[in-house]
Write a protein that binds this ligand. Structure first.
Ligand code: F6P
Length: 550
């Protein structure tokens, strides 16, 4: 029991019961589980909106699932979920509500923060974004020289980059192909240079995305971009208004930077950076796909929000996915989780999830500040199949680690693909289905021998199987389906944080590096400061200065 009266998670009867259960069923493999229940592949599935979710290839029995649900009940996941939806300040270390769900709530919803309904404000910003996007897309909004905007460069980092960049790639098929979109995040000047080197400043709009508008990478890149623009146009500060807009919660800093607050699209401190791409942070995406498609995406998010809020535990997909992750982390010592989309358009999907999951649940103290004694968030990784199959799948199949994996695929390719490329889709999806089958059931030594393989090679060609996977299959990658997928993962991460009793909505772990970088910069540029540096960093920074001839 801790100071707040909450029993330590790993000392609850529910956790202990899961540990015992793991010992009892530990040796039961997927071949056995499937043989014992011919209906397993149809039974252990869920339907959420357009997503068909198969969790039959997990190392679980009905009893495991029941015990996991009991753990969720004992840790009051539903209570915290309802508090989040009500707008309570569940981000305790920052004293903030966590209301990304309000960003996709219908116009007539009422969600209050400090007694004020936030939904009208959300829709007012969405309407302004729609108006602005429409003017850019139609060519009505012109740059300083009167030419229409043809290039949009989003400058942001973390949640102010990964979401729109991921969604732009995901929804390429729905984007206006006349517009060029680029995303600049890295403070490495090469990022901005490569993004703008072939663009005409007269036709370029910079969207500066930063919740705080103090993030050094973003402000540095935005300052460079402003100089590039003014040099290119041979114009003064007055040109900025037609070429720069800001997405932020901080009107004061936006004004200080020189962007007219009229050109600022706001959001609120109850939207976490990694939960923000369906807020004003999605402006560049909205310009690319248009307001209609953006709203379809929001509807997809909302559909899964409602599912998470109302579906019973046995049929609640985010709850189930969250609990399965906890099962492997705690009782199989799984350290990582692979997300493997079988869609070229989801090339940034896992990178986006890395921030969502790892910045949320990469914590080692609980909500009361006490060390946790259980695994928290996994390392999330992965790239689109089938590329991964020819790179790191070997380790998943035959390595020594337990790596639960999500396979995401679509029945149909996106609209607009030429027939020859549409024809490749069955092969892509054959790989998708084959991999989860191979991972689950492997190949026994006897099966290998039966193929006439020489005895000395049998161990090398044997696949132990029992690698757990979730399969998520949807008809097509539409804006709505993308929203559904992201909301599914957002709430999965929420469930895990709730059970682990950590604050999933702060990110103090990124602060120290920021402070130290500010201290080290003058050491590099003019050799001042640095007296307090450790001997390794002092020698390295000295070597850097030498190499730079300083
Ligand atoms: O990496 C820390 C972080 O604060 C993220 O949480 C956030 O998404 C990112 O920096 C960017 O912050 P901002 O939108 O304020 O520039």
């Amino acid at each position: 029991m801790n100071e707040t009266g909450r029993t330590r998670l790993d000392q609850t009867p529910e956790w202990t019961a899961l540990g015992k259960h793991r010992e009892q069923v530990g040796g039961t493999g997927l071949r056995e589980l499937f043989a014992a229940d011919p209906e397993r592949g149809r039974r252990l599935t869920l339907r959420v909106g357009d997503l068909h979710l198969d969790y039959s290839k997990h190392l679980v029995t009905d009893e495991t699932l029941a015990l996991l649900r009991q753990l969720a009940a004992a840790t009051d996941v539903a209570g915290l979920r309802d508090a989040m939806f009500r707008g309570e300040k569940i981000n305790t270390t920052e004293g903030r509500a966590v209301l990304h769900t309000a960003l996709r709530a219908p116009r007539d919803a009422v969600i209050e923060v400090d007694g004020e309904n936030v939904v009208p404000g959300v829709h007012a910003v969405l309407d302004r974004m729609a108006g602005f996007s429409g003017r850019i897309r139609s060519g009505e909004w012109t740059g300083h020289t009167g030419r229409p905007i043809r290039n949009v460069v989003n400058i942001g980092i973390g949640g102010s980059d990964l979401g729109p960049a991921m969604a732009y790639e995901a929804l390429r098929a729905y984007t206006s192909r006349e517009l060029t979109l680029r995303f600049v995040s890295n403070v490495d000047g090469a990022d901005l240079h490569e993004a703008v080197r072939d663009l005409d400043p007269a036709e370029t709009l910079f969207v500066v995305a930063s919740k705080t508008f103090t993030t050094i990478e973003t402000i540095t890149n935005a300052t460079s971009a402003r100089q590039w623009l003014l040099d290119g146009l041979n114009a003064g500060q007055e040109a900025v208004a037609r070429h720069f807009v800001a997405l932020s919660t901080n009107a004061e800093k936006v004004t200080d930077f020189g962007i007219d607050p009229v050109n600022m699209f706001e959001f609120w401190d109850w939207v976490g950076g990694r939960y923000s791409y369906d807020s004003a942070i999605g402006l560049s995406l909205m310009i690319a796909i248009g307001p209609e498609r953006f709203r379809e995406m929001l509807d997809g998010f909302h559909l899964v929000d409602e599912h998470f809020r109302t579906a019973p535990p046995e049929a609640n997909a985010p709850l189930l996915l969250g609990l399965l992750g906890i099962w492997y982390g705690a009782f199989f010592d799984a350290q990582s989780h692979a997300v493997l989309p079988y869609s070229h358009y989801l090339s940034r999907f896992t990178a986006y999830l890395q921030q969502l999951d790892m910045e949320s649940n990469g914590k080692s103290v609980d909500r009361d500040g006490r060390p946790v004694h259980w695994q928290t968030g996994p390392v999330v990784w992965g790239t689109p199949g089938t590329n991964g199959q020819h790179a790191y799948y070997q380790l998943i199949h035959q390595g020594t680690k337990t790596i639960p994996a999500d396979f995401i695929g679509f029945a149909r390719p996106v609209p607009g693909l030429p027939p020859a490329q549409v024809a490749q889709h069955d092969l892509l999806m054959a790989n998708f289905f084959a991999q989860t089958q191979a991972l689950a059931f492997g190949k026994t030594a006897d099966e290998v021998r039966a193929e006439g393989v020489p005895e000395e090679l049998v161990p090398h060609k044997t696949f132990r199987g029992d690698h757990p996977t979730t399969t998520i299959l949807a008809d097509e990658l539409t804006p709505s389906v993308l929203g559904q997928l992201i909301a599914l993962y957002e709430h999965k991460v929420f469930v895990q944080g709730a059970v682990w009793n950590i604050d999933s909505f702060d990110q103090w772990g990124v602060e120290l590096g920021k402070v130290l970088a500010r201290r080290i910069e003058p050491v590099l540029t003019d050799g001042t400061g640095g007296e307090e540096l450790d001997s390794s960093t002092a020698a390295l920074t000295a070597a850097y200065r030498d190499l730079r001839g300083r």
